[in-house]
Design a protein around this ligand. Structure first.
Ligand SMILES: Cc1cc2nc3c(=O)[nH]c(=O)nc-3n(C[C@H](O)[C@H](O)[C@H](O)COP(=O)(O)OP(=O)(O)OC[C@H]3O[C@@H](n4cnc5c(N)ncnc54)[C@H](O)[C@@H]3O)c2cc1C
Ligand SMILES: *[C@@H]1O[C@H](CO)[C@@H](O)[C@H](O)[C@H]1NC(C)=O
Ligand SMILES: *[C@@H]1O[C@H](CO)[C@@H](O)[C@H](O)[C@H]1NC(C)=O
Ligand SMILES: *[C@@H]1O[C@H](CO)[C@@H](O)[C@H](O)[C@H]1NC(C)=O
Ligand SMILES: *[C@@H]1O[C@H](CO)[C@@H](O)[C@H](O)[C@H]1NC(C)=O
Length: 531
């Protein structure tokens, strides 16, 4: 992306003088070394890191580097070619596309959305996390389940889930899974005997879908008490016709060339020190890279996924993270949700089908899935979205699978998965001749060394204050008068919107603002430059 030359020239002309006078003014915040422009290093070029860089740049910060381990920006926002068009490997929807959602705001501003998403009635629709349409449900005996049965049990299930979200008084060791089981046991006493088996199978399917939504192996891992802190925004979820990555590309466009450095994995962050730059200045932080490069800085914003922090919580920082923060990293959950994209020559589903659910007869929400992953991993596959528009993309199903089964799937070859999926759909359609899919693409988020899974959730034993703790900058507030050194952003640091792109975006803006507040005159200078 090209930077906008006009704005950049203006900033270059106006800022140096203004910025110089600013650092003199805030000398008490910069006890180490002579006055100078603050140097900010951002670790990770996902949406949180890119948004933080763009905001700091816009507000007059001149020395910003974004170090990204992989060869691309976007992180868990990743669009790729497949079939005859584009598909999403990571984030797919704007959850709650309405004016309060900053991803929706930016996407509309950049004209990245289709006409339906911009309709006011779409933005007002409150689906409270339910799927927006009732799926067509196939059972493992090769039959479709009557829509009436599906509608009834689905409605019941979402009442329970809403109840779980509404609970204020709850047992700290209870899980969402245990709560739902209780409701099932109570409710099933009123079911007709001949409905029990099918209802139970449907409910197991719905729990498997919930595992995908929460990015967890089992809803027994998700804490009941903190579950309700996740906030749902109104709006009927929408997608990006030209790919989710178009959003990241628009946000990063104004950044000067060379701001983002790709293939630059950070190995560790030394802080609370006195490090010499290539000049006479001394800096409190030094970022060490895997390839031997290092970057000194006044401030570092760490946006690496919680999955990476979990692996490196003890040694990513030196001095190490304070014990409370290490505990918060341990307490919070980070699991796997993957996609399996399948292209079919001809659809086996009706033209107006948007969602396909698959349920295994004999399964139940009261028992956990079978352990032998090689034999049973496909049983965790539960929901397939029919991707639109077929005229442009081809006939593509996007299946979702979470947990250990999903992590096992990552170890299989495309051919092995394709062959399993052919058997799978022959079983569910009851058509032993059903042609195999013509192509396949699946995500492998757990195996990505710099991600380690899909997104965070509030595990049993965790609470919203763990999320807040993760977001606290260093030095900690006991030493609050010291300059900020290491700040934390990313999806997992946003108490009400974790696991989403808007949560990640809000967190990036939050940490940029934390720095902007420390350099009031820099911000004022940037505002002057804009006028
Ligand atoms: C399969 C899937 C489906 C999803 N669906 C949706 C959806 O429909 N809607 C929605 O709102 N959200 C969805 N999400 C979640 C959303 O994608 C994330 O919450 C969001 O993109 C996270 O942004 P981030 O900036 O916090 O992290 P990331 O995008 O992960 O960015 C962090 C970056 O840090 C880099 N990094 C890590 N370690 C280092 C290191 N040591 N040195 C340098 N760089 C490093 C990583 O490579 C990465 O690029 C989905 C996620 C997945 C995986
Ligand atoms: C679905 O629920 C309605 C209303 O509660 C009920 O009248 C109907 O019999 C139910 N249908 C089935 C198939 O369970
Ligand atoms: C949950 O709370 C919301 C808002 O207070 C309310 O509208 C909804 O009916 C409640 N749902 C249940 C199942 O209690
Ligand atoms: C930071 O350095 C100061 C002075 O050397 C020391 O007193 C303090 O304990 C250090 N803080 C941490 C977190 O290591
Ligand atoms: C799909 O369309 C057919 C024919 O137009 C109709 O009979 C059927 O009810 C529709 N199904 C759904 C799920 O809307």
């Amino acid at each position: 992306m090209q930077p906008r030359p006009g704005t950049r020239l203006l900033l270059l002309l106006v800022l140096p003088l203004a910025a110089l006078s600013d650092t003199r003014g805030s000398e008490e915040l910069e006890p180490m070394g002579p006055p100078r422009d603050p140097v900010v290093v951002i670790v990770g070029a996902g949406i949180s890191g890119i948004v933080a860089a763009e905001k700091l740049h816009r507000r007059g910060f001149l020395n910003i580097k974004v170090l990204e381990a992989t060869g691309r920006t976007g992180g868990r926002i990743r669009t790729q070619s497949f079939a005859k068009g584009l598909v999403e490997i990571g984030a797919q929807w704007i959850h709650g596309p309405s004016p309060a959602n900053p991803v929706f705001q930016l996407a509309s501003q950049f004209s990245l959305l289709g006409p339906d998403a911009l309709l006011e009635e779409n933005q007002k629709m409150n689906i409270e996390g339910h799927p927006s349409s009732i799926p067509v449900v196939y059972s493992s005996s090769g039959k479709k389940i009557s829509p009436e049965v599906v509608t009834n049990i689905t409605a019941l299930y979402y009442t329970w889930l809403n109840k779980a979200q509404n609970l204020t008084d709850c047992d700290p060791v209870a899980s969402v899974g245990s709560f739902i089981r209780q409701q099932v046991v109570q409710s099933s006493q009123e079911w007709d005997q001949d409905m029990v088996e099918i209802n139970m199978a449907l409910l197991r399917g719905l729990l498997n879908v919930e595992c995908c939504v929460s990015g967890t192996h089992s809803m027994n891992y998700v804490g009941l008490c903190p579950y309700g802190e996740y906030t749902m925004l109104p709006g009927l979820d929408c997608t990006f016709p030209r790919g989710y990555e178009s959003l990241v590309n628009h946000i990063k466009a104004p950044l000067p060339d060379g701001t983002v450095v790709l293939n630059k994995a950070v190995k560790s962050i030394d802080w609370n020190g006195s490090f010499h730059g290539g000049n006479s200045h001394v800096y409190p932080v030094k970022v060490q890279c895997e390839d031997g490069d290092s970057f000194v800085a006044d401030h570092v914003i760490v946006t690496v996924p919680l999955g990476f922090l979990k692996k490196r919580s003890l040694d990513f920082l030196s001095p190490p993270l304070p014990p409370g923060k290490i505990q918060a990293i341990k307490n919070l959950g980070f699991g796997t949700n993957n996609k399996i994209l399948l292209e079919f020559e001809k659809p086996f589903w009706d033209p107006n089908t948007t969602l396909i659910q698959t349920v295994w007869e004999g399964d139940s929400p009261l028992t956990e899935p079978k352990k032998d992953l090689k034999q049973n991993w496909m049983r965790k596959l539960c929901i397939f979205v029919v991707l639109e528009p077929p005229e442009q993309l081809g006939h593509v199903l996007c299946g979702f699978i979470a947990g250990e089964e999903s992590e096992f799937m990552e170890t299989l070859t495309d051919e092995e998965i394709l062959s399993s999926m052919t058997d799978f759909f022959r079983t569910f359609t009851g058509n032993p001749e059903l042609p195999p899919p013509i192509s396949i693409l699946r995500s492998q988020w757990h195996s990505q060394p710099y991600t380690g899974g899909s997104y965070s959730y509030v595990a049993v034993g965790s609470s919203g204050s763990d999320v807040d703790n993760l977001a606290e900058p260093l030095p900690t507030h006991e030493e609050a008068l010291k300059p900020l050194q290491v700040l934390f952003a990313g999806e997992a640091t946003e108490r009400n919107f974790y696991s989403t792109t808007h949560g990640a975006l809000i967190s990036g803006r939050r940490e940029a603002q934390r720095l902007i507040d420390r350099y009031p005159k820099l911000g004022a200078a940037a505002n002057k430059a804009k006028l």
